[in-house]
Ligand binder design. Structure first.
Ligand SMILES: Nc1ncnc2c1ncn2[C@@H]1O[C@H](COP(=O)(O)OP(=O)(O)OP(=O)(O)O)[C@@H](O)[C@H]1O
Ligand SMILES: [Mg+2]
Length: 189
């Protein structure tokens, strides 16, 4: 049902319990809508990636982390292949995974800095995003994929280009995201 109609019904509702129930339904629908928009946004390609290539897009991302969240990213990026030679789908996957991991560190870890390393070896890109922050309980975070779109999408993206992702974390022990993806996608597509 549309928000507008629900809102109108809510205004007319005199019973307190009914009103609270209606509110809960609306709140849920709003959350659903937010999740939907987030999913869509994550599927879009950032323009900077095409224009400047992976390395400078990442540099811009790290600058933003400081500007927006006040978190300094200590980055070491050593990729043998220039971005143009990389599969564009792989480039996008790596960018999005690092973006999500950096955003998570900047918004959840309660740290003022994080470390990102990207290197290439044996035809693979190996990325690590590490913070010494509050960490979290992995078991709980895996319970409802919809509440962990970020983590779920990161893993799905890595796997979609033939790679893998590992999350190392526990409360109080910081968080490390390790990603390994082949530079050339296995299906050659
Ligand atoms: N680096 C981190 N440090 C501490 N907690 C983290 C970190 N990364 C993730 N978490 C915890 O795991 C939860 C799930 O992360 P996830 O990225 O899936 O969702 P989100 O960031 O809460 O929302 P979304 O990414 O959909 O905007 C977070 O809400 C947070 O509690
Ligand atoms: Mg997130």
């Amino acid at each position: 049902m549309a928000f507008k109609i629900r809102g109108k019904l809510l205004v007319d509702e005199t019973d307190r319990e009914e009103r609270e129930r209606a509110w809960a339904v609306i709140a849920n629908e709003i959350l659903d809508a937010i999740r939907g928009v987030k999913r869509m946004i994550r599927g879009l390609r950032p323009p900077k990636l095409d224009q400047q290539g992976l390395v400078s897009a990442l540099a811009a991302l790290f600058r933003d982390a400081r500007k927006v969240h006040g978190v300094t990213i200590h980055a070491s990026v050593r990729l043998d292949w220039v971005a143009d030679e990389l599969d564009p789908v792989t480039v996008l996957a790596v960018y999005r995974i690092v973006q999500e991991a950096v955003t998570n560190a900047a918004t959840h870890a309660r740290v003022s800095e994080a470390v990102v390393t990207l290197r290439s070896a044996d035809g693979m890109i190996i990325a690590e995003i590490r913070d010494e922050g509050c960490g979290f309980e992995l078991a709980n975070s895996g319970a409802a994929p919809d509440d962990n779109i970020g983590l779920t999408a990161m893993r799905a993206r890595a796997e979609s280009v033939g790679g893998s992702l590992t999350v190392l974390t526990s409360p109080g022990k910081g968080t490390t995201i390790q990603v390994t993806v082949p530079m050339v996608r296995p299906d050659g597509e």
